[in-house]
Ligand binder design. Structure first.
Ligand SMILES: [Zn+2]
Ligand SMILES: [Zn+2]
Length: 283
């Protein structure tokens, strides 16, 4: 089966519109998995999901599964402007990390009710169901999606998506260096089982190495950690994701050059995630 990804947002932390972010985009995390028939499959609801929602409405898509890595606002705030929510014929299944304190639904409602938003999520016309993860793998139309907790502040998931022909790992917010990468078996690396042997790895690469030193424990990776993680788990293609808001298009290109230098010739050269980019999982 041919599976492609479309990136609707790849900026980290906060949306960054403006002339310096035109090439790689300013919208926060949102990735669509395009797999032919079946329900629409969406990873994260950053501000990128707004434009995706309009596209789904145009196409008449009525069944949508949304997988949230975590509930930091840069992965959730676009949900309030997701057009399919306002159609009573739409069925939306929202999957996200469980918490010992409040249900997924209760935590999302906090950001989707007054005074933070004029409408209460309970009043949207679409039929919305919430599911806690990790749990059993999600399967549909030849795709299996696995979730597991990874190192990042608060309950945070990474996703592994298998199609039978190829595997995607999606780890947009991840700091595996906190417990170690180099010299460890993948079993002992955060996210190692999710990303092991993946054909395509979308991974947090928010900082240059020198920036990371001042941000240890913030939950994100340096470019060297992203490359080191890719190598340690033997993933093939690396897509650098969750771009630092302070980084202009030009700065991001320097980061990509650094990633390529660190990777050497043994793997395909890493590339920057870019808004609007379509990636063939088998390519
Ligand atoms: Zn984030
Ligand atoms: Zn986060």
């Amino acid at each position: 089966m041919s599976v492609r990804l479309k990136i609707w947002g790849c900026r980290g932390s906060v949306a960054t519109p403006g002339p310096n972010t035109v090439t790689y985009g300013g919208n926060t995390s949102c990735v669509q998995v395009l797999a032919g028939g079946g329900p629409a499959l969406v990873l994260d609801a950053g501000t990128g999901i707004r434009a995706l929602g309009l596209d789904l409405v145009r196409r008449g898509t009525r069944q949508i599964h949304l997988f949230l890595t975590h509930l930091h606002l840069d992965h959730l705030e676009g949900l309030r402007f997701f057009a399919p929510l306002w159609d009573e014929k739409v069925t939306l299944d929202v999957w996200g990390p469980r918490s010992p304190v409040l249900s997924l639904r209760e935590r999302i409602l906090r950001a989707f009710s007054p005074p933070l938003f004029p409408v209460d999520f309970r009043d949207v016309p679409a039929r919305v169901t919430f599911h806690d993860l990790p749990g059993d793998p999600w399967r549909s139309e030849g795709i299996s999606l696995f979730a597991d907790l990874v190192l990042h502040p608060g309950p945070t998931l990474g996703f592994r998506l298998e199609t039978g022909r190829s595997t995607l790992a999606y780890l947009p917010d991840h700091e595996p260096a906190l417990t170690g990468i180099e010299g460890r078996s993948p079993d002992w690396i955060s996210g190692g089982a999710l990303a092991g042997g993946a054909d395509l790895l979308l991974h947090d690469a928010q900082y240059f190495d020198e920036e990371y030193d001042a941000k240890i424990g913030w939950g994100h990776s340096s470019v060297a950690h992203a490359v080191g993680f890719c190598r340690a788990v033997d993933a093939r293609r690396l897509v650098l994701f969750h771009h630092e808001p302070e980084h202009s298009d030009r700065t991001l290109e320097l980061l990509e050059a650094r990633a390529r230098e660190l990777t050497g010739g043994k793997r395909p050269p890493p590339v920057l995630a870019r808004e609007g980019m379509v990636i063939d999982l088998n390519g």
